[in-house]
Design a protein around this ligand. Structure first.
Ligand code: ATP
Ligand code: MG
Length: 415
């Protein structure tokens, strides 16, 4: 993509009321635009990141048998009446009314609608297990929205719902999806900072599990055992959990963390009130055993920025960067410009994702500052000086200095 075609521009300052590092950098670099507190437009560069993260998640969900669908944004009160419609149960639900005064909710989560819908498709043990999932926008009337895209009032998530014959079948899947989650957080560059964390359960399991990324800006407190690679959320931290997990207080470190994902065993919590059952192999009716599994996609994007950025800007891991290479043309010399154009086309022909800074009238310093702020993994400079030195200057985002490579060397390095 040519930077000259991108309508977004970098800015020196984020809005004055923006206090979080992730939103500050993402706004300044032109990845997101702040509509209001907790509500952000995803701009072209930001959308590329969201799509990359989403696709990494999709691959892992599909590998464990997930099938993608798209639930509705408008939610029927009727479906939720027996479970969570009351404001005493859910306090942060955006609700509205149809013209005829029928109350409805805006997509807040989808356990109940999924369960109600599945009554049409699940009848026999032969119909189980199934794992539908959504990648979509969720609305929540959050009290606090001070963490940028890590806590939005409108945000993007993946949610998978599991429908199993019984607890044994459910537990097998639970283990598989736990591994899938670990693969996802490794792939997006947060593997060494993200911990499998014990959190509050429900009626059907003593604990649920969260994936918590250690991060100063995180809103949660966890007690971390680095050696065993597990943590306990403060909400369930007591002598009992220490005994259950065979942990010693003295081996635990209290740290701030952000919940990037969670997995729940729901059991019959929703299948019983909504009467989702099936005939087992003996012809006896049983309730379906359920689970739900979320990942905050925009929260994950914000967390990557918080954890990996430096003083100059964002540092994207290659797996989620909007472009692998930021090709920077310096000066207005025709010969240099033609070289840069050729290189741009050659890289595209090799399927390398390139952002081409072909803008005119900017100094080298301004272009370099923008490249650092935007955070692509590789910066590639074409200038009179680089051509005289024998080629192009390549520099990894995290390196201090670059080096000159020929086009052949570059191609084998990049592709
Ligand atoms: P939190 O305790 O942080 O409010 P939650 O328990 O409400 O999270 P769930 O309802 O289980 O979270 O949602 C699943 C995932 O969606 C969370 O693990 C988190 O990654 C993400 N998420 C939840 N609320 C938000 C939000 N307001 N903005 C961005 N992501 C969110
Ligand atoms: Mg919440």
């Amino acid at each position: 993509m040519r930077q000259s075609t991108l309508f977004t521009k970098t800015r020196k300052n984020a809005p004055a009321d923006e206090t979080s590092k992730n939103a500050e950098y993402l706004i300044r670099a032109g990845y997101i635009y702040k509509e209001m507190s907790g509500v952000y437009t995803i701009l072209p560069l930001g959308l590329k990141v969201v799509q990359k993260i989403s696709n990494i998640i999709r691959n892992e969900m599909n590998a464990v048998g997930g099938v993608e669908m798209q639930s509705t944004t408008l939610q029927s009160k009727e479906v939720w009446d027996k479970t969570r419609w009351s404001d005493d149960v859910v306090e942060n639900w955006f609700k509205t009314k149809l013209k005829n005064d029928t109350e409805i909710g805006l997509a807040f989560t989808h356990e109940e609608p999924m369960t109600a819908m599945m009554k049409n498709f699940i009848h026999s043990y032969k119909d189980l297990p199934v794992y539908p999932y959504d990648v979509r926008t969720i609305f929540r009337n959050e009290m606090r929205a001070k963490s940028g895209i890590m806590r939005g009032r409108e945000f993007f998530w993946k949610a998978l719902y599991s429908f199993s014959k019984n607890k044994v079948e459910h537990d097998e899947f639970y283990e598989k999806i736990t591994q899938a989650y670990k693969n996802i957080f490794n792939h997006v560059g947060l593997g060494d900072k993200t911990y499998f964390t014990f959190a509050s359960g429900g009626t059907f399991s003593k604990y649920s599990h969260e994936f918590q990324t250690v991060c100063n800006a995180g809103e949660d407190l966890i007690y971390l055992n680095e050696e065993k690679c597990i943590a306990v959320n403060k909400e369930v931290y007591n002598d009992e959990v220490l005994k259950d997990l065979d942990l010693n207080k003295s081996d635990l470190k209290e740290v701030n963390a952000v919940e990037v994902g969670n997995i729940f065993s729901l059991g019959y919590k929703f299948s019983e009130p909504l009467e989702l059952n099936y005939k087992n192999a003996e012809g006896v009716e049983e309730f379906v055993f359920m689970g739900s599994y979320g990942i905050g996609i925009t929260r994950l994007m914000g967390t990557i920025v918080e954890v990996l950025a430096d003083g100059k800007g964002i540092v994207w891991p290659e797996s989620v960067a909007p472009f692998k290479v930021h090709l920077v043309l310096l000066g207005e010399d025709v010969e240099v410009k033609n070289k840069a154009e050729d290189l741009y086309n050659n890289l595209i022909a090799k399927n390398v994702e390139v952002l081409f800074d072909d803008r005119v009238g900017l100094s080298a310093g301004e272009k370099f500052a923008d490249a650092d702020l935007l955070g692509m993994p590789w910066r590639l400079v074409v200038s009179k000086r680089s051509l005289e030195a024998g080629g192009f200057e390549i520099k990894a985002r995290n390196d201090e200095a670059g080096r000159i490579v020929t086009e052949n060397e570059l191609m084998s390095l990049i592709s």
